[in-house]
Write a new protein. Sequence first.
Length: 219
Amino acid sequence: MIQFSHVYKTYPGDIHALRDVSLTIDKGEFVFLTGPSGAGKSTLFKLISAYEQATSGRAQVAGFDLNHIKAAQVPYLRRRIGVVYQDFRLLKKRSVFDNVALPLVVRGERPSYIERRVQDVLDQVSLGFKLKALPEQMSGGEQQRVAIARALVHQPEVLIADEPTGNLDPVLSREILSLLDGVNAQGTTVFVATHDHDMVKKSGRRVVDLDRGAVVGGA
């Protein structure tokens, strides 16, 4: 599902964000990505979702060769990937329904399908009663669940989450992890970047550890 082979990502000034990264994540796996700030976690996720391209090495995601992907193919890749950000990135002046519906609207889906699918995914994250609420009226944990619903609404094969519990207390963090476990149990490949080593340890899941752009464990 995700395969990197000897991948480097170098920025101007000879800054090596990723160094010789080789990594395989199979379909249906749940994997944590750990490492200190600046280790390259966000850069790795940007490569997976084709917001950045590797400087060298080979990268494949969901059947797409990211080294040779054409601009016209990128939207099709992203339809197979859901992304959850630490800062939620919700539209503050739009309702929960509108936020979650956005990927389907962009795809041009029928209004009847959008309404049904958004309700289903909000029910999945226990927010079916918050359709008309604005993000600013919700708690941090609720906003994160809305962000997860938005990432899941187009039924992606891969879900990547960048520090999804970084702004939450331990109780809410456990709730989000439980939700991601449920998503994975339905067959979605889940790849989560986190600083929460206690959560990772308790989960018993596979861990990939990055340090200064290099994989130092778990690949």
